[in-house]
Structure formats: structure tokens, C-alpha cells
Write a protein that binds this ligand. Structure first.
Ligand code: G3H
Ligand code: 13P
Ligand code: ZN
Length: 328
């Protein structure tokens, strides 16, 4: 059944587990996520980014998710809109039937420029007012997602629109997080603790100075009843980088967020863990390997089946590691 995010995150908090929230753009990702959830009996959060809506079209994504609900009626599914750039964008998603939206007011509506606290509160509060009237959950974001190694904020390519920022400018402050939750009434709060979107998060296995799990703990101590969200939480599996590079790819050395660090965050209130890049890497590796080893094959179902298998295993691993298995 389609459920709101608040329902799932409350259950996750009561039972001390975390939920991966996978980005979805196409049928293969949707199947991988659902087959994995079905196999380990886990609840599902799927999210559509602005890029996904542009690629597939919001109605296609919506029906893909509704199809999942129809085929797997025993699995609770949240249809979440990832990184909404304005209350208007969120309103459109609510109208389309999304059961949860993210209002990312940490950036202006260009989705690039860091905003002020007042702007963030204003757009987030408006979204909460509208969404709650419709039974829809809201995720807000406070702090500036970015790379503490380089000081680059925002962008996936690591070139921040804001230029170089200091650690304290990028990290979510405990005081501001507390004020923001009070001022907006969000159901879940995305925080900045040194992770960034995409495959290039860290140049080496991250240590505590660039991946600030200690800050999650401090925020959780102040806000024990707030569901925390980690963005940029792909682990960037070295095995998949190896497969991609072995079969013609060229991805430089890079590291993600180790699964064990996410599990540590879950002990301190992280309930939603956003993952997109890991499924992209698994999918690309599986396709490269299949096409290289089956040069005469041209039925797309053959190589797309390989991508489903590869992504499904990543999903199963995360459901199990985060403790979500068995909770559907
Ligand atoms: O928010 C970041 C997600 O990885 C979505 O990426 O905008 O390329 O779909 P995208
Ligand atoms: P990754 O790029 O680490 O998968 O993060 C995805 C994300 O945060 C989507 O909102
Ligand atoms: Zn994100």
C-alpha cells in the first residue's frame, strides 16, 4: 500500500532501524528495489528527483510506483519527491499523488545557490502547511551538503556554486537544526555532515574529520524525536568500480560513505538514507560486463536483466545492514 513517510519513519524510530531511500528513474530500478524488499520483507521509500521527472516524466514515474504497489500489495511504499526546489514544485507532486515531499530550502529555487535561514524557514513552513493538509509528509534540509575535504558545496561534480566554504559553514549546526524544526514542523530533517551527492565524495576511505558522525549524535541528543535524513549516502562499492574499469570504463579512485558508518548514524536517529549512485554504478558495471562478454547479444532485456540482478543485490545488502529487513 502507498503510505506516508511519517508512518514508516515513526515505525523505524520505535524499532531503531533505518530505511534506505532509493532514487528511481526507470523500470529496472523499480523492479530491483521491489524484488529486494519482497525478498527480505522490508518497507520501501522510492524517490523521484527533478532529473528523474525530466527523464521519465512525472506521470510515468508515478505509475511505475503505483504499479509496484499493485504487484507487491503487502509492502508499504512511500512515493517521495526528492529535492523539491520550491513550494510550487512540492504542490504539483502532492497533486500528482506523492505521499511525501522534500522541500530543499537550503538552496534557492535555482537549486544551486545557498539560501538564508529565513528563506529556508519561509518556503519549508509553507510546504508543511500545504502538505499536512493533504496527509503528505515533509522533509526539510538545514546546512549545506558538501565535501569537507575540498570545501566544495552542492553540485554533483564537486564544483560548488558557493565557492569554497569552511567546515563550520557547511555542517549543520545543532542550534540551527533545533530552531529549524521548531520553526517549520517538518517530519524529517536532512542534515549536512560531510557527505555530497555523486560518486566523488572522498579521495580516501573517510575518517572522522571529513565524515562527521559525531555531529549526528549531537543533533540527536538535542532533537531526540526528530527523524534525521542522510543525503549523499552511497557507499561507492569498490567491487563495482573494478568491474566498470575492467570492462572499458574509466572511473578514477574514489570513496563513498562506508556502510558501517551509516549503521553508526542509525544508532543516533538517522532514519532515512538516500542512495542513488550505488544503483547507477551497479547497473553500469552489469551492462558493461554483459555486453563485453556477449558481443553478439542485442536483446535489451538480456542486459537489463543483468542490471536488475546487480541493483537488487545492492538493495538487499542495504535493507539488511540498516536493520529494515523483516519490518514490512
Ligand atoms: O539528489 C541527487 C540524486 O542523486 C538525484 O540525481 O538529479 O541526477 O537525478 P539526479
Ligand atoms: P548518492 O549520490 O550518494 O547516491 O546520494 C543520493 C541522494 O542524496 C539523493 O537525494
Ligand atoms: Zn540528496
Amino acid at each position: 500500500a502507498l503510505v506516508s513517510m511519517r508512518q514508516l519513519l515513526d515505525h523505524a524510530a520505535e524499532n531503531s532501524y533505518g530505511l534506505p531511500a532509493f532514487n528511481v528513474n526507470n523500470l529496472e530500478q523499480m523492479r530491483a528495489i521491489m524484488e529486494a524488499a519482497d525478498e527480505v520483507n522490508a518497507p520501501v521509500i522510492v524517490q523521484a528527483s527533478a532529473g528523474a521527472r525530466k527523464y521519465a516524466g512525472a506521470p510515468f514515474l508515478r505509475h511505475l510506483i503505483l504499479a509496484a504497489v499493485e504487484e507487491f500489495p503487502h509492502i508499504p511504499v512511500v512515493m517521495h519527491q526528492d529535492h523539491g526546489a520550491s513550494p510550487e514544485v512540492c504542490q504539483r507532486s502532492i497533486q500528482l499523488g506523492f505521499s511525501s515531499v522534500m522541500m530543499d530550502g537550503s538552496l534557492l529555487s535555482d537549486a544551486k545557490t545557498p539560501s538564508t535561514y529565513e528563506y529556508n524557514v519561509d518556503v519549508t513552513r509553507k510546504t508543511v502547511y500545504m502538505a499536512h493538509a493533504c496527509g503528505v509528509s515533509v522533509e526539510g534540509e538545514i546546512g549545506c551538503l558538501g565535501n569537507l575535504e575540498t570545501g566544495d558545496a552542492g553540485e554533483e561534480d564537486g564544483v560548488g556554486a558557493a565557492g569554497k566554504l569552511s567546515h563550520e559553514q557547511m555542517l549543520t549546526s545543532v542550534d540551527e537544526a533545533a530552531r529549524f524544526v521548531q520553526d517549520t514542523g517538518v517530519d524529517a530533517l536532512a542534515i549536512a555532515i560531510g557527505t555530497s551527492h555523486g560518486a566523488y565524495k572522498f579521495t580516501r576511505k573517510p575518517t572522522g574529520d571529513v565524515l562527521r558522525i559525531d555531529r549526528i549524535r549531537e543533533i540527536h541528543e538535542r532533537l531526540p524525536n526528530t527523524h534525521l535524513v542522510m543525503h549523499g549516502s552511497s557507499s561507492v562499492p569498490q567491487e563495482w568500480l573494478q568491474v566498470i574499469n575492467e570492462y572499458g570504463g574509466k572511473i578514477p579512485e574514489t570513496y563513498g560513505v562506508p556502510v558501517e558508518e551509516i549503521v553508526e548514524g542509525i544508532k543516533y536517529g538517522v532514519r532515512k538514507v538516500n542512495i542513488d549512485t550505488d544503483l547507477r554504478l551497479a547497473s553500469t558495471g552489469a551492462i558493461r560486463r554483459f555486453l563485453a562478454t556477449h558481443p553478439a547479444e542485442f536483446d535489451p532485456r538480456k542486459y537489463f536483466t543483468e542490471t536488475i540482478k546487480a541493483m537488487k543485490q545492492v538493495c538487499i545488502d542495504r535493507y539488511v545492514a540498516f536493520g529494515a529487513a523483516g519490518h514490512a
